[in-house]
Write a protein that binds this ligand. Structure first.
Ligand SMILES: [Zn+2]
Length: 79
C-alpha cells in the first residue's frame, strides 16, 4: 500500500532525475568536441589533436572508446 510519504518520494525523484541526466549529456557532448559525423555513411571520425591521426567508428560511443584507447595507449596525448 502506497502511503502519502511514498508518493512524495516518487514525485521528488521524477522531478530531480532529469537534471543530473542533462548535466551528464552536456558533459558527454563536451567530451565529443572535435568529432565529425558523416551523415551519409553514418560514421564518426576524429582527428587526434596531438598526433593528427585520423580515426573512425560506427557510433559516437565506439568513437569515444577508440579515442580514449588511442590517447591512453598510443600517443598518450593530453595525459
Ligand atoms: Zn594521437
Amino acid at each position: 500500500m502506497a502511503t502519502q510519504w511514498d508518493f512524495g518520494i516518487d514525485l521528488i525523484q521524477s522531478l530531480e532525475i532529469p537534471d543530473p541526466f542533462q548535466t551528464f549529456v552536456a558533459k558527454k557532448y563536451a567530451n565529443a568536441k572535435g568529432y565529425v559525423h558523416d551523415f551519409f555513411t553514418g560514421e564518426w571520425s576524429y582527428k587526434c589533436l596531438t598526433c593528427k591521426e585520423d580515426m573512425s567508428a560506427p557510433s559516437r560511443k565506439i568513437m569515444t572508446k577508440i579515442r580514449l584507447y588511442h590517447s591512453r595507449n598510443e600517443c598518450t596525448g593530453g595525459y
